[in-house]
Design a protein. Sequence first.
Length: 72
Amino acid sequence: MPMPLENGQKLEAAKAPDAALYISSIADELARLANHHDLEALAYILDMARLEADEICKRWNGRGERAPGGPA
């Protein structure tokens, strides 16, 4: 079932590894932004979210590698 977004668009349901890969990428960008502005606690929390999303990608990948297209 699509999830509603604030602007009225719909976000189609994604498979777990796809969602985790997207979350990892966004969390990485947000952590960099937080670090740039010296928001250390927020950067740390976002980095933990990225690490968790990366672990999910690794489990689904089954080889212990980062899923293709993930953040470096």
